[in-house]
Design a protein around this ligand. Sequence first.
Ligand code: UT7
Length: 397
Amino acid sequence: MATRNAGSNGSGTGRAYAHIVGWGMAVPEAVLTNDDISAFVETDDTWIRERTGIRERRIAGEKESAATLGYNAARHALEVADILPVDLDLIVVATSTPEHVFPGTASLIQDWLGASRAGAFDLSAACSGFVYAIDMAAQSIRSGSMKTALVIGTETMSRVMDWQDRSTCILFGDGAGAVVLRASEQPGGVLASVLRSDGAGCDLLAIPTTSAREPGEHKLNKMYMAGSEVFKFATRVVDEGIRQCLDKAGLELDDISLIVPHQANQRILASVAKKLRLDINRFMSNVERYGNTSAASIPIALCEALEQKRIKPNDHIVLVGFGGGLTWAATVIQWVAPSDAEPARFNRQRRQFLYTFARWRRRITQLQRSLNNLLYRLNPRRRRRKTRSGRENDDLS
Ligand code: UT7
């Protein structure tokens, strides 16, 4: 297939386009229903369904994190793209719930995959993060500086919820989605994007950390949100972002077969559809089953849209995100990949081997480091040197 090997079957212009050639998602098994939530905060299933469209969400288990969910989604995406982890040039992870401030979740996933030739970094743009990351990766591919990139949106929002705050805890859930972008000479792929921010709204939706200047009355490492303000912001910018993005690509709304929006609230989608005068069925929605999974919501919705065969080769689709920052972003994609191509069995075995190799390499590297440290500490010559330099330091003081 043309999109799987850069320049193998293209128009021969030498110009690089960035195509999505692989996709995957991973969600925790544990389901938290509205009724479950109403057992510990004052709310009820009817209120949540009517005000948000959400029925249930997934909650990460103790051993799951943004890194493990992102890794599993990435493995599915590599499978669909039928490429090896060593073919990746770049891994970008959009997340607001990393395990560490650093190292980046992208570096953990890079190591677990055995993507030994890839650069890796995290991108923080809250619920718009996945669209920002797609644009960054596509720009790098279009500029010719790289051929293959993995973009992941992954979150464990349940870990930053204040489970006593009924206005936020009913909304969020955990999960991950990933796509592989690959260079091709075949026109299409990521055509144009619009990235925007309005930091004046930084106090409307945030997770203050230990380095915050003024956490105020808010809890550290817990999310707070001025829900109705964010709602108004979303319904103001999403349709505008979509129109600006289409303008940039030289397309009309009628050219778009599906909009895959950030899944925050069904009422937001209904309002945007009304403003754009589009049938609500032109919007992918799965908020009912997963709630708001922040940076993961768009790739999860994209995977399910493909599974439901709502995207076909040559379709134009729009991905649109909005959230903390405040940020918003839209990107328009001309889809080329068939949704049901079978990956080669030979590559599947090689991928499996590389994942196992990556696990052993990590263990051996860590063991080697511990051994080196031990030998260094036991080295008598080093001890003598240390005693001497201690004496020299005493002389200086
Ligand atoms: O991913 C980032 C982007 N995030 C979003 O897009 C979220 C946008 N915001 C929203 O989705 C909505 O604003 C919420 C779902 C968060 C809230 O819905 P709302 O219709 O804006 O409700 P509200 O905050 O204006 O509150 C209305 C009433 C209040 O009661 P009073 O003051 O009118 O008596 C709330 O206390 O609803 C009450 N309320 C609840 N009642 C039952 C708020 N949360 C709940 C609840 N259960 N869970």
